[in-house]
Design a protein around this ligand. Structure first.
Ligand SMILES: *Cc1c(COP(=O)(O)O)cnc(C)c1O
Length: 819
């Protein structure tokens, strides 16, 4: 696009004048960002159109990734990188007097997701386009993304995130592609020409208007599409005008405003609940809105091929990211039967050969269930179809397992007045995958055991992955350069080739470089922390990082209690030589998750006490960074020495943060949970710090009891001391029983997540970390091994496995001229 800097500069200056009527001297950073973004958007327009034309001409099978969340973060840097223009543009801008990193900061961080699940969807889009697959995203254009977190007096305060306020350069409104979506009403059944016909009458129709965001692949001519739907009212203003005669008290107009507001609320905000389920009608509306609008546009594209619908599963794959878009199953049935005239059996066969499903959680409180009454009222025809699917499924079960009423009620889709979405997703799809080997095994042998028994061929594992372009090349350019110096550039297209780095693990020069780059990243982060929080952290200290959503099972509490223990240990023996350590946290808690918010408060209390105590100087420091987001993660992770992945074994489905840290050379302190198991398998126990209960032991405790948290409290004086700190005024507790809720969760509610059970092992493991870090050379060797084996966790590898084993799609990179 811009082969050289001069060409870029000329084009840029012309745009600035013609679009904004400003000269270089008058332009603000915001202007520069906008012009640059628009320049790229316009320049890839041709490739975008050509990609779609090529897909159509070749009748390429299309995969659509339906997800309620796409945590895409900022696009400017990643797009420039993928276009191969990052350095050219950076140098060009520099000559124009601007620093590209400053310009990147102007972009709103698109936070259309809560955490790992939404970020996974974003990484997959990047990999799909980079590998040349015809795979697109389908989501909701929330007006407000995930809330912005402010900390006031140690408390989390949520502010709205109006990310679209200044316009969004990457999106294209496609008014012509809008589709109707309908809610409410009642179903009228009639006979027409010997066929039973279902018609929904008295329903409320709204418009779903798509906004398309181009997904640019790395070194590939492909530009795929992330289609985000926005809800708009379908009332024709002309009707209102005709009612205007009724004078100033125009009732119709006020009704219109109310209706308008209720329609727009559908795509107004992202639900901030990471796990745990909110029984809100609005959430159900959002889900159906996505499914109905998304399917309509998928089918419209399919119909342009001029093929019979029997070809649908050969040309279209619809993937659902967790159960949130499960309504695609009954909705596809509805369209095939009511609109395309198929009989039940044929429609069912087409549907279950088109839809595939990823399960993301084993936690029962996060498994979605909807009250029957709500679904029936909001979506009467869809509910009838779910009922029929359930009836047939239960009938089949009784036939296969006569007399097993217990099994039938356990597996039913509708049970005790609730629709169980996970059951519907398994029954109505051809593939069900877990997101790490351990998770898939638990799915098959525990949570979904009877379903696995029934449909063993549907279950498979696809361990999560991360886009190495964003998480290594963009986030850590110096490390990326060092890797290229060492092993060439082959790993960029083929990330598993990072393994070639292993030959440098004993190379002292290479080790020095690894340490130097890490130190530089730590200095940069320290600058950021000083500027944002006014805390001075020493880049020479060990950076120990836990950044992720705040949740009981992720056990930020274990980390905090351990820091309290370290504080006491230093106070007790202030002259002992100690490794200087900085503990860094960032985490958002769901607004209604009281205990999680309390833990944020505790971390702040620990931070205040530790950072103010002169005896801690040069020994211990604690930092909580506000508003964890993709762009903040890109700054923190490259600066980490230690990655905390300490969930209760069996609870973290996979984790992807763990992979980002590994790729940036941090060493993991972790439990054998999620993808940590597979990391351990690749790099061995000598290159990470494992501790804690194994998932079998946790399961055993849950099933057979035998765990008494209070016993540990009585027995281990370190545990007693830090727990008493939660309720007795002292260094961490400012008034009587300040952190009683946490104290109770551990002792009165018997410590659901085994924080106390794993405490001793965790503390010992941290002592081992401290010893290991003294030997910088050896630490660097371990760091190199981690980086070398992280390529396996690139989402490129993950997406290839999804493509060949689930979606049956192939790369089409040679279908047209390479850029
Ligand atoms: C990667 C990522 C996550 C997921 O982190 P886990 O440690 O796997 O929970 C959450 N939020 C953001 C912003 C991320 O980039």
């Amino acid at each position: 696009m811009f082969d050289n800097k001069e060409f870029f500069k000329t084009a840029f200056k012309e745009q600035l004048v013609s679009r904004l009527g400003k000269s270089m001297e008058e332009a603000t950073a915001g202007d520069i960002y906008k012009i640059l973004g628009n320049l790229i958007r316009e320049n890839i327009g041709r490739e975008w159109a050509e990609t779609n034309q090529a897909y159509k001409a070749d009748r390429e099978k299309q995969m659509y990734y339906f997800s309620m969340e796409f945590l895409i973060g900022r696009l400017l840097g990643n797009n420039l990188l993928n276009l191969g223009m990052y350095d050219t543009v950076r140098e060009g801008l520099k000559e124009l007097g601007w620093d590209l990193e400053t310009i990147e900061e102007q972009e709103p961080d698109a936070g259309l997701g809560n955490g790992g699940l939404g970020r996974l969807a974003a990484c997959f889009l990047d990999s799909l386009a980079s590998l040349g697959y015809a795979g697109h995203g389908c989501g909701i254009r929330y007006k407000y993304g995930l809330f912005e977190q402010k900390i006031v007096d140690g408390h989390q305060v949520e502010l709205p995130d109006p990310w679209l306020q200044k316009g969004y350069v990457w999106e294209e409104r496609r008014e012509d592609k809008r589709v109707p979506v309908s809610f409410w009403g009642r179903v009228e059944v009639s006979e027409k020409n010997g066929r039973t016909v279902f018609e929904t009458v008295g329903d409320e129709k709204i418009w779903a208007v798509p906004y398309d965001v181009p997904v640019i692949g790395y070194g590939s001519p492909h530009v795929n599409t992330l289609r985000l739907w926005s809800a708009e009212s379908a009332v024709d203003p002309a009707i209102l005008r005709s009612g205007a005669q009724s004078g100033p008290a125009n009732k119709g107009y006020y009704q219109f405003l109310d209706y308008n507001r209720s329609v727009e609320s559908i795509s107004e905000f992202l639900y901030p609940d990471d796990s745990g389920y909110e029984g809100k009608l609005l959430r159900l509306k959002q889900q159906y809105f996505l499914c109905s609008a998304g399917l309509r546009s998928v089918l419209r594209t399919f119909e342009k091929l001029g093929l019979p619908f029997s070809e649908l599963p050969r040309k279209v794959a619809v993937h659902i990211n967790d159960t949130h878009p499960t309504l695609v199953i009954p909705e596809l049935m509805r369209i095939l039967i009511d609109e395309k005239g198929f009989g039940w059996d044929e429609a069912w066969s087409l549907t279950i050969r088109t839809v595939s499903y990823t399960n993301h959680t084993l936690m029962s409180e996060a498994l979605e269930k909807w009250p029957v009454n709500m679904v029936r009222e909001l979506l009467p025809r869809v509910y009838m179809i779910i009922e029929e699917i359930n009836k047939r499924f239960c009938g089949m079960l009784l036939e296969r397992f006569p007399g097993r009423q217990d099994l039938v009620s356990r597996m039913a889709i509708i049970e005790s007045g609730q629709v169980k979405m996970a059951h519907l997703a398994v029954v109505g799809s051809y593939s069900v995958n877990g997101v790490a080997r351990l998770h898939t095994e638990l799915l098959k042998n525990d949570v979904m055991k009877p379903f696995y028994g029934l449909f063993p061929e549907r279950f498979n594992n696809k361990t999560n992955g991360i886009a190495h372009r964003r998480w290594l090349m963009h986030a850590n350019p110096e490390l990326s350069r060092l890797v290229c110096d060492g092993i060439g550039t082959g790993w960029i297209e083929n990330p598993e080739r990072l393994q070639e780095l292993e030959r440098f693990k004993n190379d002292s020069l290479f080790r020095e470089e690894i340490l130097r780059i890490k130190h530089g990243n730590k200095q940069r982060l320290s600058g950021e922390i000083r500027q944002k929080q006014g805390i001075a952290v020493d880049p020479e200290s060990l950076f120990d990082v836990q950044v992720k959503r705040l949740h009981g099972y992720k056990r930020q509490l274990l980390n905090a209690l351990h820091i309290m223990h370290l504080y006491h240990a230093i106070k007790d023996d202030p002259t002992a030589e100690r490794l200087p350590r900085t503990f860094i946290f960032a985490a958002k808690a769901a607004p209604a998750y009281f205990l999680a918010k309390c833990i944020i408060k505790l971390i702040h209390a620990v931070m205040d006490t530790v950072n103010r105590d002169p005896q801690m100087e040069g020994r211990l420091k604690v930092v909580f960074l506000e508003n964890y987001s993709v762009s903040l993660a890109e700054k923190i992770i490259p600066a980490a020495n230690v990655s905390e992945q300490i969930s209760t074994a069996g609870k973290e489905a996979s984790g992807t943060g763990n992979m980002k840290f590994m790729m940036n050379g941090a060493l993991t302190v972790g439990t054998l949970d999620g993808a940590n198991v597979e990391m351990h398998e690749r790099i061995g126990a000598e290159n990470m710090f494992l501790f804690g209960l194994r998932s079998e032991e946790v399961m055993d405790y849950y099933k057979h009891g035998g765990y008494w948290a209070r016993e540990i409290y009585e027995r281990d004086p370190r545990v007693k001391r830090v727990l008493d700190d939660l309720i007795v005024p002292g260094p961490f507790c400012r008034h009587d029983r300040e952190f009683e809720v946490i104290y109770q969760s551990l002792l009165d509610h018997n410590d659901e997540f085994f924080v106390l059970r794993d405490f001793a092992d965790y503390a010992d493991t941290h002592a081992a970390v401290e010893r290991a870090y003294w030997d910088a050379q050896d630490w660097a060797a371990k760091s190199i091994v981690n980086i070398a084996h992280s390529g396996h966790f690139s989402s490129d590898c993950t997406v290839k496995r999804y493509a060949s084993e689930i979606w049956k799609i192939h790369p089409v990179r040679n279908a047209f001229e390479i850029r």
